[in-house]
Design a protein around this ligand. Structure first.
Ligand code: ATP
Ligand code: MG
Length: 373
């Protein structure tokens, strides 16, 4: 029997075969991109911890945009990003016209004949006016320009400039959109920047835990796409191990698939071995990196949570770590923004990042953690 290639995508930034738990976002944003009128979703922020699928979502939405009559300029918040955006826009706009003036790009929403004179957009002017010219020419053909900005870094001047220029384009009535993604603490400090206060009115989507039912559905569909099947019980095991975390979904699926690729059905042992390998990989790629970003104070807070069987009361943590309530509040905020813990109810938090509790327990028992006294 011919078995298909492994259909899972356990690499960062790769668009998965089935984007679990993102239907609502995809629908609302597709509608905004296809609407004749300006909708608020055209300016959106996506925040989420490492491995929650920010880059994959941005890439997916950029594809939707390009099929809906937009040019998507995809950049990462790094120095040189403004220049990068201009180069990309020029290149993509140039590809819209063939030498005979006929359309070269297949997009449904883009008219048959596009005539642009991008070469005439003068280089000896500033970025904003050059971009404004390019956008105007595209808009004249009813082509919009979407900027996707990944890995938001609020300390980068160009990042803030781009947002400010974008606001001008919107004010001038241009057909433009801006989708930005980043770690929660970077998104929240960007929102505190006064020069881009308009972003506080942007649509904000926090990419959190995906419901188990959707995890199971995405796993099963991906396996079926690859022409194989999975036992109901094994599927439930896998879903439980994934804990709603998109990256873990890909890891478990990928390694379970490779256990015995000749067998048509993925059974209990393939899934169990896949889970074990996935957990190790998750430790290397996510847990270690997350740990190094925590301050000794954050760690102290997290370790104090280990004493509770389930969720923890902030009041108990404060008593255990002997810090002022404002310091405790700060540790709590930082841990939430790192995706390590989440708020359960008023004054109650619990671990959110899969396997972080077990990981911390082990490190703590081995005396590997540096906690301030
Ligand atoms: N909705 C989803 N359903 C299933 N798998 C997903 C989903 N979103 C992303 N993935 C998968 O999860 C992994 C991580 O995705 P991605 O790189 O987009 O995360 P990220 O949030 O950008 O992480 P980082 O903060 O490290 O950049 C990839 O393997 C990707 O294929
Ligand atoms: Mg990413």
């Amino acid at each position: 029997m011919h078995v298909a290639e492994n259909p899972f995508t356990p690499s960062f930034g790769e668009i998965p075969a089935h984007l679990a738990g993102r239907n609502q976002i995809i629908e609302s944003h597709s509608r905004a991109l296809q609407s004749a009128h300006r909708r608020p979703e055209l300016t959106s922020l996506f925040s989420g911890a490492r491995g929650t699928g920010k880059t994959a979502l941005l890439s997916y939405l950029a594809e939707v945009a390009e099929q809906s009559g937009w040019v998507a300029v995809n950049i990462t918040a790094l120095s040189g990003m403004l220049e990068d955006a201009e180069i990309q826009l020029r290149r993509k706009a140039a590809h819209l016209v063939e030498s005979n003036g006929k359309l070269a790009v297949k997009s449904v929403g883009i008219p048959d004949v596009v005539s642009l004179s991008i070469e005439n957009v003068q280089p000896h002017t500033n970025w904003r006016s050059r971009m404004s010219d390019l956008i105007e020419q595209l808009n004249d053909q009813n082509i919009g320009v979407l900027f996707t900005v990944d890995e938001i870094d609020p300390t980068l001047d160009e990042m803030v400039q781009l947002a400010a220029f974008y606001q001008h384009f919107v004010r001038e009535g241009r057909k433009v959109a801006l989708f930005m993604a980043g770690l929660p603490h970077n998104i929240s400090s960007l929102l505190n920047d006064k020069t881009v206060s308009f972003l506080r009115r942007a649509t904000h989507e926090a990419l959190g835990r995906i419901p188990d039912s959707e995890v199971a559905a995405a796993l099963e569909k991906t396996i079926r796409d690859g022409n194989r099947t999975v036992d109901a019980e094994a599927l439930a095991e896998a879903t439980q191990a994934i804990e709603g975390f998109p990256y873990m979904l890909q890891l478990v699926g990928y390694y379970a698939w490779d256990e015995n690729p000749e067998a048509r059905n993925l059974g209990a042992s393939a899934i169990a071995n896949g889970i074990a390998t996935a957990q190790r990989e998750m430790t290397y790629r996510v847990l270690d990196a997350t740990l190094t970003e925590l301050s000794p104070g954050d760690l102290r807070f997290a370790v104090a949570m280990l004493q509770d069987e389930g969720d923890s009361r902030i009041a108990d943590i404060a008593a255990r770590i002997n810090r002022t309530s404002s310091m405790v509040a700060q540790y709590r905020k930082r841990l939430i923004e790192a995706g390590v813990i989440g708020r359960r109810a008023r004054g109650i938090v619990g671990f959110d990042l899969p396997y972080f509790r077990e990981y911390l327990q082990e490190k703590h028992a081995n005396g590997e953690l540096l906690l301030e006294d």
